[in-house]
Design a protein around this ligand. Structure first.
Ligand code: ZN
Length: 595
């Protein structure tokens, strides 16, 4: 009881700070209810009215108002129906005709790692020349002691005027005494300077490791670019973030999510320190977001068993910690690499600069395919959800065939094994996903439409003109009855879900190096389907479809209020939507009028 009183008081305090948005009903908030009300259901603590509320219920219907009590939606309807539920202490938010949606959900965003990058690393996502990257590195080195590591993130050769990778030779003159690691925005490759290469023991004589590439010049000398498992020689040397930095990174990301009307997220590939950080924030009452995590399973059977031990010690979804705030959802495996590094596993050679051929390079699996199959079987038989990263057509086929095989061996519905990215699925993969969804509630794509935008120029050059048309085939998914979760893969692309809504419809590349629409528009979908992939369908991939993803009675009051109605505006405007208010569990966590 006292917990509820505290909660209400906190809510009231928060609401009082949004004076511009709400009309408080008369009377002091702490006033006792009249005696006759005690025998009835207590009034709602919060009402939203005069709105266009896109409920995402099965009929996709639009309501004017809704009522919230104890963090849950207790009524949805017309202004007249909802306003008469108000009690003396009910807080009333006048939407003034604005649009509200369920809080948006990202089914794949590395918010813990991304937050640490954002706070503590050099940002290169908007660098447009190699010289600009070097300038930022020089400025950051000046603040370090000799020997300290410098880390940067977010560069993309497709955004650099030179259209080439960074190299150790670019960095050495400004970093003679500090090791430097600059991670590509995909996280699958990066550039080291010569100090870092030396510390990592990488020389002209070092062979490529299994499932990795040491990039070399024409003379065979390492350039500094290390792809996939080859980058581990450097990454293993870099000090891990402190527990404080880890928590600060998560809090930073959650604040950004709230600014963007995003109230739930699946954080893939976590480890014990990240779990501990989430756990502590939850225990301190600071985790005001639904977070579902996947434990990184590594590339061996032993590493998968270790991840399984962590998972088996925790509640299984839909069970959660903190009333739906933290879920240990399952395991993450990498089947292949990246469409940026040309390491994803394909049937045909990669392209270069769109029409060129990277002869002999079809990428490679990140894990031995037979070991992968054993890993999936291990998790599946233990009743644990698996999400597998698969970009290339050949990798995706292997993943869906593996899911089909373990499900045939041990039929079990509802584990929702997913194909993370699912960039260029074959017809066979699409048929298999559709069948797995129907039969087993599994085989769901967790797709990132913003790849076509943010890394679209690099992607178009590498996939080439034919394969590009097949990238992120959302329309084909729809026509096969496939539901998918939308997402950003933050920090691969920026976190705001509005970019994903927009990219699902517009399929436009950032710079248009190979034309504005190298991926075509035949696979474009409308905003109704796009919004579903960032709400109800994504909720399913977080095992939270019974409590979030739509604004219906009994669900959590996770609500985003927007400056415009996304069903009415031109599609090109979707990326400019502005979130004005975000509510999680009935509590206002962001208010644009009082940020
Ligand atoms: Zn990812």
């Amino acid at each position: 009881m006292s917990a509820r009183v505290n909660r209400t008081t906190r809510l009231v305090r928060r609401m009082l700070s949004v004076a511009g948005l709400l009309a408080l009903a008369g009377g002091a908030p702490a006033q006792a209810p009249p005696p006759q009300a005690l025998s009835q259901a207590p009034p709602p603590q919060l009402l939203l009215f005069h709105g266009h509320i896109l409920t995402m219920n099965p009929g996709d219907s639009i309501a004017q108002a809704l009522a919230v009590r104890d963090g849950k939606i207790i009524a949805v309807g017309t202004d007249r129906e909802i306003l008469r539920l108000a009690g003396a202490a009910t807080l009333r938010i006048d939407l003034n005709g604005r649009t509200a949606t369920p809080g948006l959900i990202d089914s794949h965003a590395h918010i813990a790692d991304g937050g640490v990058e954002e706070l503590y690393h050099v940002h290169l996502g908007d660098a447009s020349t190699v010289a600009e990257v070097v300038r930022r590195v020089r400025a950051a080195i000046a603040r370090l002691k000799p020997g300290e590591w410098l880390q940067g993130d977010g560069w993309d050769e497709g955004k650099l005027a030179e259209k080439r990778y960074l190299a150790a030779a670019d960095l050495d003159a400004v970093s003679p005494n500090n090791p430097v690691w600059l991670m590509h925005t995909t996280g699958h490759y990066g550039a080291a300077n010569s100090v870092a290469l030396r510390l990592a023991g990488i020389t002209v004589h070092t062979p490529d490791p299994v499932a990795g590439t040491i990039d070399r010049d024409a003379r065979g000398i390492p350039t500094g670019v290390l792809k996939e498992s080859a980058k581990n020689a450097v990454l293993d040397l870099i000090p891990a973030p402190t527990p404080e930095q880890q928590r600060a990174g998560i809090m930073h990301s959650i604040e950004l999510l709230h600014h963007e009307g995003m109230t739930a997220v699946k954080d893939p590939a976590i480890d014990r320190p990240i779990w501990n950080a989430y756990r502590q924030l939850l225990d301190e009452g600071k985790l005001k977001e639904h977070v579902c995590v996947l434990w990184f399973a590594g590339s061996t059977l032993a590493s998968a068993r270790a991840a399984l031990q962590e998972i088996l010690a925790l509640p299984r979804p839909p069970q959660s910690l903190g009333d739906g705030r933290l879920l240990s959802c399952g395991a993450k495996i990498f089947m292949d690499g990246s469409g940026g590094a040309r390491t994803a596993w394909l049937y045909q050679d990669w392209n270069m600069h769109s029409t060129g051929i990277d002869a002999g390079n079809t990428g490679y699996p990140a894990v031995d395919p037979q070991v992968y199959r054993q890993q999936v079987r291990l998790f599946h038989q233990a009743g644990v959800h698996v999400g597998t990263h698969a970009i290339g057509d050949r990798a995706i086929d292997w993943v869906v065939d593996t899911y089909a095989q373990v499900l045939a061996e041990t039929p079990r519905a509802g584990l929702r094994h997913s194909i993370i990215h699912a960039n260029i699925p074959t017809d066979h993969a699409i048929e298999t996903m559709a069948e797995l969804e129907r039969k087993y509630d599994a085989g769901y794509p967790e797709a990132q439409a913003p790849f076509m935008w943010w890394i679209g120029d690099t992607y178009a050059g590498n996939f080439g003109p034919q394969r590009s048309l097949r990238l992120v085939p959302l329309k084909t998914f729809l026509s096969h009855g496939i539901r998918w979760g939308g997402g950003s893969d933050y920090s691969v692309t920026p976190l705001p879900a509005r970019f994903g809504l927009w990219a699902s419809v517009e399929r436009e590349a950032l710079l248009g190096t190979y034309g504005a629409h190298p991926f075509g528009t035949a696979e474009s979908i409308d905003i109704h389907a796009a919004l579903r992939s960032y709400t109800l369908w994504a909720a399913r991939q977080l095992f939270l479809e019974d409590r979030i993803g739509s604004l219906e009675v009994g669900k959590d009051a996770d609500i985003a209020v927007w400056d415009r109605n996304m069903y009415d505006i031109p599609a090109r405007e979707l990326r400019n939507l502005r979130c004005e208010l975000t509510i999680v569990h009935g509590e206002v966590v962001y208010d644009a009028a009082h940020p």
